[in-house]
Design a protein around this ligand. Structure first.
Ligand code: ZN
Length: 377
């Protein structure tokens, strides 16, 4: 068993579902990196039991490279696993565990790469970033990035090891999540004229969203994405209390997945305008657009140093774009670090029962990281 597989087994055994603490995993990784000669910068998160960590090897100054991964995983509730999701299990040449692809395989490779490298040989620092609560909207890493910005942290770039089957992705869409919160006025359903029906208001807002999506599909296009436009989609709807009450509230949870160059605030502004217009036409009604979570898109130039380093280390000339979101855009937005996404495993195997990664994929990641680290010598 390779050291990376053994490390993945250790990491998988920490059940770091986003709702739980990640402290034990972070302390385990901190101990390994300390023994490898690294320096630990541990940052308690906003809630108890949650930690970010930036570990650094080599010189304390100079623009190095950040390898980054999230320590949390999605839940296993309701999924039909063929083995314990928190025990790395090999079957027919594949390694099964929650987080095998997303993204403890990369974390394991980060740890063993740090152990293989000789800090005394590094001319520039190697940084390893571990975040928490990525799976609930890239929440945890923001504290770490704010802190690093305050400390004027500098690096050449960042590699986010989300599962790309070791392809180098230089972009992905950004996301805004929010609520179209429609409010009306309750009354007995026998006389609906005495109330203002919030579900009807929400229905009108859905029509506005459909029209807005049609507009977006006539706008900017990027065929690197399976859905080549910015999307706006309602995903959850909740309204009403009982059939004989005119509903006074209806909430539509929505999501915008925007192309890196599109401004999601312009879309939110158009929803607000539509809400004001419709509410004005419904006496007693109101529509509020609330944004609950957002992260930026990524569009890292092909000529950025980190892109060239990752391509050379991966042995390819070809970049791609990810069909999923990552923390990469936050590194760029907060710290000005160009970021690429490259890691073992596949997003198609993540988040479901029998998530897996293969020993070959982990070995390819080991070799990739050794080549990346060699550029710091
Ligand atoms: Zn992930």
């Amino acid at each position: 068993m390779s050291p990376t597989i053994a490390t993945l087994a250790a990491l998988a055994a920490f059940p770091t579902v986003s709702s739980e603490s990640n402290e034990a995993l972070i302390r385990y990784a901190a101990r390994r990196i300390t023994e490898a000669g690294g320096r630990i910068h541990l940052l308690a998160g906003a809630q108890p039991g949650k930690f970010n960590m930036l570990a650094s090897l080599g010189p304390s100054t100079g623009a190095g490279i950040v390898l980054s991964g999230h320590s949390d995983v999605v839940p296993v509730t309701g999924q039909d696993w063929h083995s314990d999701p928190f025990t790395l299990t090999e079957r027919q040449g594949r390694l099964y565990a929650r987080g095998a692809s997303d993204m403890k395989g990369f974390l394991a490779a980060m740890l063993t790469a740090a152990e293989r490298c000789d800090p005394a040989k590094l001319a520039r620092p190697l940084h390893l970033a571990f975040s928490y609560d990525e799976e609930i909207g890239c929440v945890g890493v923001r504290d770490l990035l704010d802190r690093l910005r305050a400390e004027r942290f500098q690096a050449q770039g960042c590699i986010i090891g989300e599962p790309t089957e070791m392809r180098v992705f230089t972009g992905h869409k950004g996301k805004v999540a929010g609520c179209v919160c429609c409010r009306g006025w309750a009354a007995h359903s026998a006389n609906p004229a005495l109330g203002c029906n919030a579900i009807m208001l929400a229905g009108a807002m859905l029509e506005e969203m459909r029209a807005l999506q049609a507009d977006l599909a006539r706008g900017k296009r990027d065929d690197a994405f399976a859905f080549p436009f910015t999307s706006l989609q309602p995903g959850l709807i909740k309204g009403g209390v009982a059939l004989n009450i005119v509903p006074d509230a209806c909430d539509i949870a929505f999501e915008i997945r925007h192309l890196p160059g599109d401004d999601p605030q312009a879309i939110v502004a158009r929803l607000r305008e539509a809400g004001e217009r419709l509410a004005a036409a419904s006496p007693g009604g109101a529509v509020e657009i609330r944004v609950t979570n957002a992260y930026p898109g990524v569009e890292t130039p092909p000529g950025a140093a980190v892109t060239r380093i990752a391509l050379a280390a991966a042995g390819t000339q070809k970049t791609g774009k990810a069909g999923f979101g990552t923390e990469a855009g936050l590194f760029t937005q907060t710290l000005g670090l160009p970021a690429v996404i490259c890691g073992p495993g596949s997003i198609d195997r993540a988040h479901k029962a029998d998530e897996d990664v293969t020993p070959e994929e982990l070995a390819a990641c080991d070799a990739f990281l050794d080549r990346v680290i060699a550029t710091l010598h």
